[in-house]
Design a protein around this ligand. Structure first.
Ligand SMILES: CC(C)(COP(=O)(O)OP(=O)(O)OC[C@H]1O[C@@H](n2cnc3c(N)ncnc32)[C@H](O)[C@@H]1OP(=O)(O)O)[C@@H](O)C(=O)NCCC(=O)NCCS
Length: 165
C-alpha cells in the first residue's frame, strides 16, 4: 500500500543551528580553516533540516556555487543556520548561512551563504514524497518562488536519462 501523503509543515519547524569551534585539525596549510571543512558542515546542517522536515533519510543531489567572503580563523566559533526555502515532490532546497565569531573579541562575520538540494528516500532507497511547506510570510513566499526558479534551472541542466556525464 502507498504511504499516505504527509501533512504540510512550517519552515520554522525544521530550522537547524549548528555551532562548532574551529581547531588545528580544521586548518589548511595557511593556518585558516580549510574550505572543505566548511562545505562538510554546510552539507550536514542542510541534511539535518531536510531530515527534520521529511522524517526520512535524505541524500544531497545538488550544491550551488559557494563563495567564501572571509577567511575563518582557528579558534573561531562557526555557526551554521539552515532553513528550507522550497519543497517539490521528493526534493527540498535549503539555504545555509555561515557566520564566524571570534569568541575573545565578539567580532562576527558572515562568511558565506549556500543553497543545496536533497531528496528524501524510502527504505528501498527510492525518492519518496515529502510534506508540503506552509508559507507564513511574504518573505517565505518570495524565497520559495526564487528557489523554484533555481530548481527549474537545475532540472534543465540534468543530463537526459541514459546519457553519460
Ligand atoms: C537521489 C536519487 C536516488 C534520485 O534519483 P533520480 O532517478 O534522480 O530520481 P528523480 O529523477 O525522480 O528525482 C527525484 C527528485 O530529485 C530532483 N533532482 C534530482 N537530481 C537533481 C539535481 N541535480 N538538482 C536538483 N534536483 C534534482 C528531481 O527534480 C526530483 O524532484 P521532485 O521529486 O521534487 O520533483 C539519485 O539521484 C541518487 O542516488 N543520487 C546520488 C545521491 C548521493 O549519493 N549524494 C551524495 C553524493 S556525495
Amino acid at each position: 500500500m502507498a504511504d499516505p501523503t504527509p501533512e504540510a509543515k512550517h519552515i520554522r519547524d525544521s530550522i537547524v543551528t549548528l555551532s562548532q569551534m574551529m581547531r588545528l585539525e580544521h586548518a589548511n596549510p595557511h593556518g585558516n580553516v580549510h574550505g572543505g571543512i566548511v562545505m562538510k558542515l554546510v552539507d550536514e546542517a542542510g541534511a539535518l533540516t531536510c531530515m527534520r522536515h521529511a522524517q526520512r533519510p535524505v541524500v544531497t543531489v545538488a550544491m550551488d556555487n559557494m563563495s567564501f567572503r572571509h577567511p575563518i580563523q582557528i579558534g573561531d566559533l562557526v555557526t551554521l543556520t539552515s532553513r528550507l526555502t522550497y519543497v517539490g515532490r521528493t526534493s527540498m532546497e535549503v539555504r545555509v548561512e555561515v557566520e564566524a565569531e571570534n569568541p575573545l573579541t565578539g567580532n562576527r562575520v558572515h562568511t558565506n551563504t549556500a543553497h543545496l538540494v536533497y531528496v528524501a528516500l524510502d527504505s528501498a532507497g527510492r525518492p519518496v514524497p515529502v510534506p508540503a511547506l506552509i508559507l507564513e510570510t511574504p518573505e517565505e513566499q518570495r524565497e520559495f518562488e526564487e528557489a523554484e526558479t533555481r530548481q527549474g534551472q537545475r532540472r534543465a541542466q540534468r543530463p537526459a536519462a541514459g546519457a553519460t556525464e
